[in-house]
Design a protein around this ligand. Structure first.
Ligand code: AMP
Length: 282
């Protein structure tokens, strides 16, 4: 595996190839990241992963400084997974001057759910992904990039961005990898101490219960069911931001008559100081 830090070195490495396959990460790699790499590999003629903790998508009070950085282990895991090129730009490589040109995704998609509780988050994400895409794919006839459904809203926003800017990149969603008890793998799970780790699975359980109740009792009861699901987590010591059933197509609340349309249950909640997110298609 070739490790490159600058955009020029990345482009030199990729020059012989026609169709990069790409997975963007913030490092602290777990099996979920590696599963994406394994699935992405056959989608192109060269496998590129990036590690970059993107300051633009962190609010000042969030965990940019303490975000886990595990460089050596990450390199070993990517190498073992058969990744061809690791792009690990320093901040000055990707943002040599303040990034004042930004990608602002539409409010109806980016200011709800995660975007409501993390204002500006999806502008930071969209901007860095657009820049990483430019580094990896510029001049290539086509490419593919995999994003995990764990970050459900993110996949939708990136997909629409690629569509609207007519980028020749296939955005391919990957299923969420979970621990044996059902907790979605996440770099932030490392923040949980033992008791919290045992409790953490309750988020996915609450999403499952909410999804089942919504399907069984009808969408006209949704508001009450969502409030009840949040209450269950609160009573266990969590601070939920949202637990909600939305349409998969646009993440808006379903109409009461739309029982047959594909839905997704999304949730975000804090356990101690750790904020976890998860979702489940129903
Ligand atoms: P991150 O390093 O958290 O920015 O994540 C990098 C990519 O890995 C994103 O596309 C995530 O959606 C994806 N990802 C994170 N957790 C998981 C998981 N448990 N299963 C599958 N993909 C994941």
């Amino acid at each position: 595996m070739k490790i490159v830090h600058t955009i020029t070195d990345l482009r030199d490495q990729l020059a012989p190839f026609q169709r990069p396959a790409f997975v963007a990460t913030m490092g602290n790699l777990h099996d979920g990241h590696i599963a994406l790499v394994n699935q992405a590999k056959p989608l192109g003629d060269v496998m590129v992963a990036s590690i970059f903790v993107n300051r633009l998508q962190f609010a000042p009070h969030e965990d940019f400084d303490t975000y886990p950085r595990t460089w050596e282990a990450d390199c070993e895991r990517l190498q073992a997974a058969g990744c061809d090129v690791l792009f690990a730009p320093r901040e000055t490589d990707l943002y040599p001057e303040p990034q004042t040109y930004k990608v602002h995704p539409p409010a109806e998609l980016a200011d709800i759910l995660e975007g409501h509780f993390r204002p500006g988050f999806f502008t930071g994400v969209s901007t860095v992904v657009m820049k990483l895409f430019s580094c990896v794919f510029a001049g290539k006839p086509s490419g593919a990039a995999m994003f995990g459904k764990k970050d459900y809203q993110q996949v939708m926003i990136i997909r629409r961005m690629v569509q609207q800017f007519a980028l020749p990149i296939d955005i391919v969603p990957g299923e969420t990898l979970r621990a044996a008890d059902g907790l979605a793998l996440s770099s932030r799970n490392g923040y949980l101490h033992a008791l919290e780790r045992a409790e953490a699975v309750q988020l996915s359980r609450a999403l499952k219960a909410l999804g089942e109740a919504a399907r069984a009792q009808g969408l006209d009861k949704l508001e009450a069911l969502e409030a009840q699901a949040m209450q269950v987590l609160s009573a266990r010591g969590w601070t939920p931001d949202y637990l909600t059933v939305r349409r998969r197509a646009d993440l808006l609340p379903p109409g009461t008559t739309g029982a047959a349309e594909p839905l997704v249950v999304l949730g975000a909640a804090r356990l101690g100081t750790t904020r976890l997110i998860d979702n489940l298609e129903i």
